[in-house]
Design a protein around this ligand. Structure first.
Ligand code: PMP
Length: 407
C-alpha cells in the first residue's frame, strides 16, 4: 500500500477492480453505491473460504475454534473502529437496511403507541423511511419530516422547533447518499434527547468517509454496510447502547440465539448473540475486519480530506460549464449530484460509460428528496479513497461530450 500526501492519496493499484477487462484504467465514480475492494480484502476473503474455513461457535476442533476467535476479534475491531463502549454492543447484520429494520421492529415495535411520532428528514434513503412507516402503521404512530436548508443539509433549527415529547424516535442520515451533506450528529442527538427521543444514525455513507465515534456523537443506534467500506456485501453492523440492546426482544428465532430450548419455553442468549440467529456470514465478518484494517492504516481524516478535495474540484469544474446544475452543499463529503439541462441523467450515464466513466443515474432510493429538488432523477458522481484527479478530468471531459452531443 502506498499512501500519498495528506489530501492526495495514491491507492489505485491496491484495487484490481479499477481496471477494465482490457487492463485499462476505469473511472469508477459510483463508490456511494458500493466500493471497489482492495486486494488485501480479496485475499482475506479467499483465505477465509480456503485454508481457514470452518464454522463458528459450535465446533470442537481447532479450525473452528480459530475461526470463532477471528469472528469475535472482528467484533472488537468494529467496536474500536466506531468508538463503541464494548464489543457486545456490536450486532452483525446483513447491512444498514437490516440494521434499521431490526431497530424499527425490536425497539420501535415494542415502544411505540398510538399517537407517538417518528422524525425523519427529507433527504433519507428509502431504507431509513420504509421500515419506520411499516412500524408506525402498525402502532398508529405518525411520521414527520424535517426540512432541508437551502443548500441541502438537514435543517436542525427546524428540527429543534418541531420536535415534541410525542417523538420517540429520530432517524437521520449522517451523510446524504445524494447530496453528500454532512449532519452535525452531536447537535441532532442533543435535540432528540432534550425531547426524550432516541436517535438512530444511518452511517452508510459516513463510515467510509469520516472518522466516527458513536460515544462522542452521543447517538443511540448507528448502522452501516461493509460493502461501502471496501468490504464484502451481505454484512453490516448495528451498534446500539448496551442497555437498549439488552432490553430489546430477539429479531429472528433460530440456532445460536438461544440460551435453552424446550417445547414449553425457550430462553434467549444475551445481546448481541440474541440478534444473530442462524449460521452467520462468517467470511463476510472476516472481510469486514480486513476492510477496517485497510482504511485505518490510511486514516479516515486523510480519506475525508482527499474526497472533499476531489468533490470540490469536480464541483467547480462542472459549475463552470453552462447548463450544468450541481445540487447540495459546497462542503459535500465526496458525493456530487448534478443535472445537465435538457438531458436525462440516464443518457448522461450512458454517454459517460462510453468513455470509461461510471456514474450513477436515477432517484438513488431517495424519491422524496427528488421531489423536493424538483427532478425525477439526478446524475451522481461519488468518490472513494482510490479516486484521483484523472477521474475528475475524465468526468468533466465526458460531460463536455454530453453537451456537444445534445448541444
Ligand atoms: N442508507 C444510505 C444513506 C445508503 O446510501 C444506503 C445504500 N445506498 C443504504 C442506507 C442502504 O444500504 P444497504 O443497501 O447496504 O443496506
Amino acid at each position: 500500500m502506498t499512501v500519498g500526501t495528506f489530501d492526495r492519496l495514491d491507492l489505485r493499484h491496491d484495487f484490481p477492480g479499477l481496471l477494465d477487462g482490457n487492463g485499462v484504467d476505469w473511472h469508477y465514480l459510483d463508490s456511494a453505491a458500493t466500493a471497489q475492494k482492495p486486494q488485501a480484502v480479496i485475499d482475506a476473503i479467499a483465505r477465509a473460504y480456503g485454508v481457514d474455513y470452518a464454522t463458528v461457535h459450535r465446533g470442537v476442533y481447532e479450525r473452528s475454534a480459530n475461526m470463532t476467535l477471528a469472528y469475535e476479534a472482528a467484533r472488537r475491531t468494529v467496536a474500536h473502529f466506531i468508538g463503541a463502549a464494548s464489543d457486545s454492543e456490536i450486532v452483525y447484520v446483513r447491512g444498514a437496511t437490516e440494521g434499521i429494520n431490526l431497530v424499527a421492529q425490536c425497539w420501535a415495535g415494542e415502544q411505540l403507541k398510538a399517537g407517538d411520532r417518528i422524525l425523519l428528514s427529507m433527504l433519507e434513503h428509502h431504507s431509513n423511511i420504509v421500515p419506520w412507516q411499516m412500524v408506525a402503521e402498525k402502532a398508529g404512530a405518525q411520521v414527520d419530516v424535517v426540512p432541508l436548508t437551502a443548500d441541502g443539509k438537514i435543517d436542525l433549527d427546524a428540527m429543534a422547533a418541531m420536535i415534541t415529547p410525542q417523538h420517540k424516535m429520530v432517524a437521520l442520515a449522517h451523510v446524504s447518499n445524494v447530496l453528500g451533506s454532512v449532519l452535525d450528529v452531536r447537535r441532532a442527538a442533543d435535540i432528540a434527547h432534550s425531547a426524550g427521543a432516541k436517535i438512530l444514525i444511518d452511517g452508510c455513507q459516513a463510515v467510509p468517509r469520516l472518522a466516527v465515534d458513536v460515544q462522542g456523537l452521543d447517538c443511540d443506534f448507528y448502522v452501516f454496510s461493509a460493502h461501502k467500506l471496501y468490504g464484502p456485501t451481505g454484512i453490516g453492523v448495528l451498534w446500539a447502547r448496551q442497555e437498549l440492546l439488552d432490553a430489546m426482544p430477539p429479531y429472528q428465532g433460530g440456532g445460536s440465539m438461544i440460551d435453552k430450548v424446550t417445547f414449553e419455553r425457550t430462553t434467549y442468549a444475551p445481546a448481541p448473540t440474541r440478534f444473530e440467529a442462524g449460521t452467520p456470514h462468517i467470511v463476510g465478518v472476516v472481510g469486514l475486519s480486513a476492510a477496517i484494517d485497510y482504511v485505518q492504516a490510511i486514516g479516515l481524516d486523510a480519506v475525508h480530506a482527499h474526497e472533499c478535495a476531489l468533490a470540490g474540484k469536480a464541483r467547480s469544474a462542472l459549475e463552470k460549464l453552462n447548463s450544468v446544475r450541481v445540487f447540495g452543499p459546497e462542503d459535500s463529503a465526496g458525493i456530487l449530484s448534478f443535472e445537465v439541462e435538457g438531458v436525462h441523467p440516464h443518457d448522461v450515464g450512458t454517454i459517460l460509460d462510453e468513455t470509461g466513466v461510471a456514474i450513477r443515474a436515477g432517484h438513488h432510493c431517495a424519491q422524496p428528496l427528488m421531489r423536493h429538488l424538483g427532478v425525477e432523477a439526478t446524475a451522481r458522481a461519488s468518490f472513494g479513497l482510490y479516486s484521483d484527479e484523472g477521474d475528475v478530468d475524465a468526468l468533466v471531459k465526458g460531460i463536455e461530450r454530453v453537451r456537444k452531443i445534445f448541444g
